[in-house]
Design a protein around this ligand. Structure first.
Ligand SMILES: Cc1ncc(COP(=O)(O)O)c(C=O)c1O
Length: 382
């Protein structure tokens, strides 16, 4: 599942073209307020543990997650890798990972490449969960010397390639119970865990009491430029601190980035619901206009992502994404304006649209106009 949104954005001859970017929530830029927080950050050398802004961010996050300690890391990919390396120090260990997990598909399977952990895949259901009996079946018996030992279960919440689904709390709880009954730990790739908490209407600590560690990104829906946080027990974070340094992730006066992250918790987190409302509105319009062209999961849109599963014969996710980048003469006449929508073909038949902090209600309304027009146009084509 490679990210490959079409890049060429046409500009109509001398016309005003409005370009609205829905490729990912990672494209967000720091706001004026966030830049000011960055400029004013009090900093120190974080490798010596002396950056007060980083320390404050780590304290705040541990408290928010209901976990003992937290550690600021450069990226979500490194946060997941460090967590896996800390949980799986022995050789020959196995982790059970959903077949659509970001950890597996979009982090170069670093779990195998760098951590030497065997990823054993479990089929993700459309809502990002998996079958619990299948999970029980996949956990290997510890007494059999022939087999690797299952050490961890990875969850992703919200689930990116399952359309931003928030995992039901009861599922997360049962996975945790099964894991602990079998001497395993649970790691949550919660790059967008605050979106999941918002969708479920619970405090994030309610979700994470069923996880031994978590990775959360500030550079996604929270709209900060860089940074992730991992959290777990004090012992886990002490080991993670060493691992981060070993991987080259020790940063110095990084309070300037922690300040952006703190700002995002204060100012961006409270508006995540708006991203979810926008995504739901786009899904609703696309379902109506796109009959026979795209299928939007009946499971519904939980958070800030809408997956357009292309169902019209001859149409592909790339063709749809490309058409959303074009403005035809007829369309200009019909709509009375030129709108370009950037989306992302995440697989041959799935085009993804993600809402985020750099949009506003007018932009979403324009995008709905454009998307509906294009879907109806494909619907009319023989
Ligand atoms: C679910 C999920 N986990 C982890 C990551 C990795 O984050 P980063 O790009 O900061 O390495 C992403 C990035 O999009 C993601 O969507």
């Amino acid at each position: 599942m490679a990210y490959s949104s079409s890049s060429a954005v046409p500009v109509a001859n001398g016309d005003q073209v409005t370009v609205i970017d829905f490729r990912s929530d990672t494209i967000t830029r720091p706001s004026a307020g966030m830049r000011q927080a960055i400029a004013e950050a009090v900093v120190g050398d974080d490798v010596y543990g002396e950056d007060p802004t980083v320390n404050e961010l780590q304290r705040r996050c541990a408290e928010m997650f209901g976990m003992e300690a937290a550690l600021f890391v450069p990226t979500g990919t490194m946060g997941n890798l460090i967590s896996i390396l800390v949980h799986c120090r022995e050789r020959g260990l196995e982790a059970i990972v959903g077949h659509k997990a970001h950890i597996l598909l979009n982090e170069q399977a670093g779990i195998a490449q760098f951590a030497g952990v065997i990823p054993r895949t479990i089929q993700n259901l459309p809502d990002g969960t998996f079958d619990l009996n299948e999970l029980r079946r996949l956990i290997r018996p510890t007494h059999d010397v022939h087999q690797p030992n299952t050490r961890m279960i990875c969850l992703e919440n919200s689930h990116n390639f399952c359309g931003g689904k928030a995992l039901p709390l009861d599922f997360v709880k049962q996975v945790y119970q099964i894991a602990h009954e079998n001497n395993c730990v649970v790691h949550t790739d919660g790059a967008r865990i605050l979106n999941a908490a918002e969708a479920l209407g619970v405090h994030v600590s309610e979700i994470l009491k069923y996880s031994d560690s978590v990775n959360m990104c500030f550079s996604k829906g929270l709209a900060a430029p860089v940074g992730s946080i991992i959290a777990g027990t004090r012992e886990f974070i002490d080991k993670a601190l060493r691992m981060r340094k070993g991987l080259g992730g020790g940063m110095r006066q990084v309070g300037i980035l922690a300040a952006a992250a703190l700002y995002s918790l204060e100012h961006v987190r409270p508006r995540l619901y708006e991203d979810h409302l926008w995504a739901a509105a786009i899904a609703k319009a696309a379902r109506k206009a796109g009959q026979g062209v795209v299928h939007i999961s009946e499971e519904g849109v939980d958070t800030n992502m809408v997956m357009f599963e292309v169902v019209k014969p001859g149409l592909t996710a790339h063709l749809l994404a490309d058409r959303l980048l074009q403005v035809t003469e007829k369309e200009k006449e019909d709509l009375g304006e030129s709108i370009v929508v950037k989306s992302c073909a995440i697989s041959p038949m799935v085009t993804r649209v993600v809402t985020h902090n750099d949009l506003n209600t007018d932009m979403v309304a324009m995008a709905i106009k454009k998307i509906s027009y294009v879907l109806e146009e494909f619907g009319k084509e023989e």
